[in-house]
Write a protein that binds this ligand. Structure first.
Ligand code: HEM
Length: 500
């Protein structure tokens, strides 16, 4: 069948009024111009003759989503693809064309050196739930401001005085596991990480809101991982309600701080002296010349809790598993921590708590944390979207395509880490090759909370190894995704106090 303008239309032209004819002509000219411009763009691309990366786009519309879901786990899907196509390959999942990159150089290109060509990208439902003004979704000046404010509250200088408060949370948490009952390691670690996150966000105040915030957060979390269907009673709609309540609680805390601030100002006390917990994250968001709105503060507080809790809890769960399975490593960590405990025991009364200095004298424990983050690679990858056509290593990454740096593949490549499946903390006695170890990401969106995460893990491990013994169950049961990779069933365990 011939394509083109229908002859019947041409025959009827003399019958149409002049205005309609002009309109029709304009329409035809527009269509021709559009066709010309897209063929010129295509020709420009063809001129460069850049091929797409190798790989398969799967079936129309569905792409390879089905393959991804039927593989035993996503990491196996990524590893098989890399084996077949190399360290840059294309695919089509969850309705999006994607380029996956699995070499340190490519990850650095996307996240660091050419980060301006790739913007962060999340499904709209997740953005709505966390809050559209949260740091993860931003670029440019607003993103830089948020990063400065978050870092001001969680960089080493800001958290060095929080060691005792974090230690109090750790000892309370561990005491609650005693008594021989089976606890779910991941759930318990989530509670610990949540309490530490609230401490760094609100300081020691606002305790009265904690239980309600927890309830809201659990509802939010259920909805976050559910189908984004906003029907009454659905997990998504419950989560949106919980999000609203959470926002109201944070807004109340903000106004009560503001009231306190203006009261102390009128009484003539300096700003720095009056604000209890003034180096906490909320204070950092409130004390800036480029004032943030309450909605911006709320979105970022909800976002930081989200970023801080399950990540830290997943790593701690893996550490418990690896220590239980590697008695020699556990002994070495315990010895290191007992030495620190002894030196604290010799300290004067009132100075027996752990200090920031103590946490800097834990090289063996720190290596265990590093090796756990490498082996477990709880964030297997991240997402970006190309903002324009990008050329990389002779391939075209088309504008609008998703780009996924595969952290796990890089951490599990024998080129970067010999015998990569083996849990061997001693490999970190020497620094890893440049840009091969990225548990906290890299570049403009890398994790600002990494020092806080390491600190809270060290403090918990100090008390866990010196005072308790753990027995884990179902160590061989495999892994699950929720949403991060985890030991199956959250690693059930029992904990008992060591005889002193
Ligand atoms: C072991 C625990 C943690 C791990 C493995 C982890 C990992 C990561 C990674 C890989 C990214 C970058 C994501 C990307 O590039 O798309 C990130 C971003 C982020 N993390 Fe963490 N994180 C942890 C704990 C924390 C904690 C305790 C906080 C609390 C302050 C935090 C706050 C953030 C924030 C706010 C971002 C977004 C930064 C931005 O977009 O500029 N994280 N994290």
């Amino acid at each position: 069948m011939k394509s083109g303008i229908n002859p019947a239309i041409i025959m009827s032209l003399p019958l149409l009024p002049l205005a309609s004819v002009l309109l029709l002509l304009c329409l035809i000219v527009c269509i021709l111009l559009k066709a010309l411009s897209s063929s010129t763009a295509a020709a420009a691309n063809n001129d460069k003759k850049l091929p797409l990366p190798p790989g398969s786009m799967g079936w129309p519309y569905i792409g390879e989503t089905f393959h991804l879901y039927t593989s035993r786990n996503p990491n196996i899907f990524f590893a098989l693809k890399q084996k077949r196509y190399g360290s840059i390959f294309k695919t089509h999942i969850l309705g999006c064309p994607c380029v996956m990159v699995a070499s340190p150089e490519a990850a650095r290109f996307v996240l660091v050196t050419h980060a301006h060509l790739f913007k962060p990208t999340y499904p709209a439902s997740k953005e709505r739930m966390l809050g559209p003004q949260a740091i993860f979704f931003q670029q440019g000046r607003y993103h830089a401001l948020l990063r400065r404010l978050v870092l001001r509250a969680v960089m080493p200088d800001a958290i060095r005085d929080s060691v005792a408060a974090i230690e109090a949370v750790a000892t309370r948490t561990l005491a609650s596991w005693e008594g021989g009952r089976i606890v779910n390691t991941f759930q318990e670690m989530k509670t610990y990480a949540f309490n530490v996150a609230l401490l760094s966000i609100f300081g020691k105040e606002e305790i009265c809101y904690i239980e309600e915030m927890k309830r809201c957060y659990y509802a939010l979390e259920k909805g976050y991982n559910s189908m984004p269907v906003n029907l009454p009673g659905s997990p998504f709609s419950k989560a949106m309600k919980a999000r609203k309540r959470l926002a109201d609680i944070v807004a109340n805390i903000i106004s009560s701080r503001r009231r306190r601030r203006s009261r102390t100002r009128t009484q003539g006390i300096g700003a720095a002296e009056h604000l209890e917990g003034s180096c906490d994250l909320l204070a950092s968001f409130m004390e800036t010349n480029e004032a943030l709105t309450d909605a911006q503060i709320v979105d970022n507080i909800v976002g930081v809790i989200f970023a801080a809790r399950d990540t830290t809890a997943s790593v701690l769960t893996w550490i418990v598993k690896f220590l239980a399975e590697n008695p020699t490593v556990l002994n070495a960590v315990t010895e290191e921590q007992e030495d620190i405990m002894k030196s604290r025991g010799e300290a004067k009364e009132g100075e027996k708590c752990l200090t920031w200095g103590d946490t800097r004298r834990m090289p063996m424990t720190s290596r265990v944390i590093q090796e756990t983050m490498r082996v477990a690679s709880i964030l297997s990858f991240t997402f970006r979207e190309a903002v324009e056509d990008v050329e990389f290593e002779g391939y075209l990454i088309p504008k609008g395509w998703k780009v996924m740096p595969l952290f796990r593949n890089i951490h599990h490549s024998p080129d970067n880490f010999p015998d990569p499946e083996k849990f061997d903390p001693s490999r970190f006695e020497a620094a890893p090759k440049a840009h091969t170890f990225m548990p906290f990401g890299n570049g403009t969106h890398s994790c600002p909370g990494n020092e806080l995460a390491k600190l809270e893990m060290l403090v918990l491990l100090h008390h866990l190894t010196t005072k308790y013994t753990c027995s884990i169950f179902g160590s061989d049961a495999g892994t699950q995704f929720g949403p991060f990779v985890l030991p199956f069933n959250g690693l059930p365990m029992t904990v008992s106090r060591k005889c002193s």
